[in-house]
Design a protein around this ligand. Structure first.
Ligand code: DSN
Length: 413
């Protein structure tokens, strides 16, 4: 990776970038929302487009000199609509949370009611958590998951009938089962609610046709672009044509100023990559790897919330081991595996401690890990949890994880 200029100008920052590259190369990344984007995406993100102000929409800007920016942003919008089968795309949101915020702003007034998945059951902060704008300004009712780790659609229906929300949100940041968008549509129709699918986690699987698409059923679809979709860090909102104007107005001038056109160019590159046959193979391997990891962990005697995963992620339930998510995520770091602590349903621990660890396979799949590698990863994880106080055992496990990293080099060019 070429850092020629920054090394001269700012060696302190350059050194940290190099160290971060080394960290990524030498650790097994199992944070379910992370990925390793392509060099092509990074070139776009690091391009001269960062210099340009382009408030407004293509061909309706508040600044001159946007002729190339317009072409890029239009290409990005078109690629998003084609890939996900939606009428309209706004590719300017800086993040998934801001994409969701814009949908709230476009559809509701403060105090209006929303029905969404509870954060501790796998939802997202921006779907109505009390500490987030969504929970502060809107009246939020939440559904959760049952003992099988699944959404109970009958329960969602009952809640919708009781609370009559204006907006229903489906989509999660920690849910390992297929989401039935059709059922959500039926519930939304029964109570006259609008339906938003936040597919941030599963966007890559949806793009590859390996998870049912929300497009036929949802009024709005939001996503981040940096998770399983493997693009730059950012967000996109897609919607039915009738909501296009309201969404565009909510993003700008409602919430944001100048769009990050270098990131929009990188989103365009990632969307093109995601439309290729190789990406379908990649997404299929993400799921195979997740299943192999889940099976490996269960074979080692560990519990997974809801049992076998159906997508790219799972939550390890540590309750019967007597260990916490916080401690075990730190132990995994010692053996060269990065993951995050996560609550499990009815968690006796606080959200800062937790009894679970969320694990996902998009990033390791990008590196080329296959099922047999995931079985070895499962053994390393189990070994670390069972021998968390044994320094020598952890050292040996670190050597095994390093061997896997060397077998599948990252950014070696
Ligand atoms: N922080 C993301 C995740 O880890 O799932 C959600 O925004």
């Amino acid at each position: 990776m070429n850092l020629e200029h920054i090394k001269k100008t700012d060696p302190v920052v350059a050194e940290q970038i190099e160290l971060e590259l080394k960290r990524q190369q030498e650790t097994i990344e199992l944070i379910a929302s992370e990925n390793c984007t392509s060099l092509a995406v990074m070139e776009a993100a690091g391009s001269v487009l960062t210099n340009k102000y382009a408030e407004g929409k293509p061909h309706k800007r508040y600044y001159n000199g946007c002729e190339h920016i317009d072409v890029i942003e239009e290409i990005c919008q078109k690629r998003a609509c084609e890939l996900f089968g939606m009428d309209h795309a706004n590719v300017q949101p800086h993040s998934g949370a801001q994409a969701n915020m814009a949908v709230f702003m476009a559809t509701m007034k403060p105090g209006d009611r929303v029905l969404s998945m509870d954060l501790s059951n796998g939802g997202h902060l921006s779907h109505g958590s009390p500490v987030n704008f969504s929970g502060m300004y809107f009246d939020v009712k939440s559904y959760g998951i049952n003992e099988y780790g699944e959404i109970d659609y009958e329960d969602v229906r009952k809640m919708a009938l009781e609370h009559k929300p204006k907006l229903i949100i489906c989509g999660a940041s920690n849910y390992s089962k297929i989401i039935d968008f059709k059922k959500f549509r039926e519930i939304a129709d029964e109570v006259g609610a609008l339906l938003l699918a936040d597919i941030a986690h599963i966007a890559g699987l949806v793009a590859a046709g390996l998870h049912p698409s929300p497009a036929p059923y949802c009024d709005f679809v939001t996503t981040t672009t940096h998770k399983s979709l493997r693009g730059p860090r950012g967000g996109i909102i897609m919607c039915k044509e009738e909501y296009a104007q309201a969404i565009d107005k909510a993003v700008f001038p409602g919430m944001q100023g100048g769009p990050l056109e270098h990131i929009i160019a990188a989103k365009a590159v990632a969307l093109l990559e995601a439309s290729k046959p190789e990406f379908k193979d990649y997404a299929a391997q993400i799921i195979k790897n997740a299943k192999a990891l889940a099976q490996g962990l269960m074979d080692e005697g560990l519990d997974i919330v809801g049992g076998m995963t159906e997508n790219h992620l799972m939550t390890l339930d540590l309750r019967k081991t007597g260990k916490t998510g916080k401690d075990m995520a730190n132990v995994l770091e010692v053996v060269g595996i990065t993951a995050n602590k996560n609550t499990v349903p009815n968690d006796p621990q606080s959200p800062f401690v937790t009894s679970g660890i969320r694990l996902g396979t998009p990033a390791v799949t990008t590196r080329g890990f296959k099922e047999e590698d995931m079985t070895e990863v499962a053994k390393i994880i189990a070994g670390a949890i069972y021998a968390s106080d044994n320094e020598q055992a952890l050292k040996n496990l670190r050597e095994r994880s390093m061997k896997l990293c060397k077998k599948h080099p990252l950014y070696a060019e």
